[in-house]
Design a protein around this ligand. Structure first.
Ligand SMILES: O=C(O)[C@H]1O[C@H](OP(=O)(O)OP(=O)(O)OC[C@H]2O[C@@H](n3ccc(=O)[nH]c3=O)[C@H](O)[C@@H]2O)[C@H](O)[C@@H](O)[C@H]1O
Length: 441
């Protein structure tokens, strides 16, 4: 009696197993698993894997934002604590854990402005350096929200919590040569990210004024020097330059349609303490100290490759000058109420120097002879020469660079040795030798 149903069930199970339907299900699952493994690990997907990694990386948003405690930290960081001689502003600094972003954040906070940082801490270069900058900003009372400028929801929340008067938008995919390796990261950060930021800013009440980082690279194949803001910028030599140029056009649109006050700053090869390890002065230092060879580029017929190297403290003055001279945006509720300010400025040093001279200065400061390999400048986006005309920034922003390359590199080397090799004899000499004071040291 008992057995019958059991037997019946087993028969049913067996017949079920024999029927084509479960087999089909099994094979389908197996097929999907194989497909997944194929696309995940196949070599054909490897070529795009670095870019998709960057996309995933950049799209990553903080798992933990929101809530009363978080909002309190955001408000406290953005609160203006002005002195009597300074009418404070409240600034959202994107890319705050970056090189220029961290220096500007500290400078703003020191003079009593409210500063909230935003950074996605991506791994384009060592995230530990970004975390070290973050720790320093935290000690100064600046909170950096871990999130991406492409996260519209997060941006809306930030503008809801704080009525920012200004945005200093420095979050970007930097680097001229890396654009050949990972083009999509430039579009993602420098085009989509900028649009996302402008969208949030134009919808905010009040609309903040936006100051953002363009680049000297927009001058591209220009031969007329020094580069002036009125010169042609329609012949970029790299995708990086093209995305920065696109940013300038996008700025025009948001100014025109929504009355956003926007200032673009064309930075010229910024260097200094807490700098970017992907830049030549930085990795030349690292490689020279490790006894590795360095590639020094030269132009056609052994001509010189030169840059208008600009020290970070001068760039910080230019950024603060730009913030302080903005006019208010004119829109409200996402609608334009009148014409608004739209500006672009060169921030350079006005004294270009050959890369070979940069190497010579590093040799003296590091007391190391560089193993130089002189090679033809590769055709990967580099331009041979940059030189800024800064008269516009001088007149409008009171911008006046004061640091020459030798002085600036001295401060960089001092920082580098203390940060990476505090026990070295050179570092000790640097510490007592007074390499000058940078914003952080
Ligand atoms: O002004 C800008 O808008 C840009 O400045 C910076 O680009 P660049 O001026 O190209 O700086 P950087 O790479 O340090 O090369 C410096 C010099 O060394 C030469 N160089 C470079 C590498 C090498 O191996 N050898 C070499 O000679 C090279 O030919 C060049 O002459 C920022 O990285 C960029 O994000 C952007 O902000």
């Amino acid at each position: 009696m008992d057995k019958a149903p059991f037997h019946h069930q087993r028969l049913q199970n067996r017949s079920l197993f024999r029927s084509p339907l479960p087999k089909l299900v099994l094979w389908s699952i197996l097929f999907i698993v194989i497909l997944f493994l194929f696309f995940h690990f196949s070599p054909t997907s490897q070529s795009s894997s670095s870019s998709s990694r960057i996309d995933r990386r950049s799209l990553r948003t903080s798992a933990a934002w929101g809530g009363a405690a978080w909002e309190k930290r955001v408000r406290s960081s953005a609160r203006i604590r002005s002195s009597h001689n300074h009418h404070g502003i409240s600034v959202l600094v994107t890319g705050a854990a970056g090189f220029v972003g961290s220096h500007c954040s500290i400078a703003l906070k020191r003079r009593g402005d409210g500063v909230l940082g935003l950074d996605n801490f991506n791994d384009y270069y060592e995230p530990s350096l970004k975390r070290a900058r973050q720790a320093m900003l935290e000690r100064a009372g600046i909170f950096i929200v871990d999130g991406d400028v492409n996260d519209a929801h997060l941006l809306r929340k930030l503008f809801d919590v704080v009525p920012f008067t200004h945005v200093l938008h420095l979050a970007a995919q930097a680097g001229v040569r890396y654009a050949m390796k990972n083009p999509s990261s430039y579009v993602h950060s420098n085009v989509a990210g900028l649009v996302s930021l402008f969208e949030a800013a134009k919808s905010a009440t009040p609309q903040p004024a936006v100051v953002w980082a363009s680049s000297s690279s927009v001058y591209g194949l220009n031969k007329k020097v020094p580069f002036s803001e009125v010169d042609r910028t329609d012949r970029p030599a790299s995708l990086y330059a093209a995305t920065k140029k696109a940013g300038e056009e996008i700025a025009h649109v948001y100014n025109h349609i929504y009355g956003l006050s926007i200032t673009g700053l064309r930075f010229f090869t910024v260097y200094g303490p807490w700098g970017r390890p992907d830049m030549a002065y930085f990795f030349f230092t690292r490689d020279m100290l490790r006894g590795k060879s360095i590639s020094v580029f030269e132009g056609p017929d052994h001509s010189t490759v030169a840059r208008d190297f600009t020290y970070i403290d001068d760039i910080v003055s230019g950024c603060l000058g730009a913030l302080d001279t903005t006019e208010k945006s004119t829109g409200t509720g996402g609608k334009k109420r009148g014409s608004a300010q739209l500006r672009v400025f060169n921030l350079g040093n006005t004294s270009p120097l050959p890369v070979s001279q940069l190497v010579g200065i590093l040799e003296r400061l590091l007391k190391v002879k560089a193993d130089k390999k002189i090679i033809k400048m590769p055709r990967n986006g580099d331009v041979q020469y940059t030189h800024a005309n800064i008269s516009h920034a001088q007149a409008q922003l009171g911008y006046q660079p004061t640091t020459d390359l030798e002085t600036g590199l001295k401060k960089f080397v001092k920082w580098y040795l203390q940060y990476y090799d505090p026990s070295s004899s050179l570092s000790k000499k640097g510490r007592s030798g007074g390499g000058g004071s940078s914003s952080f040291l």
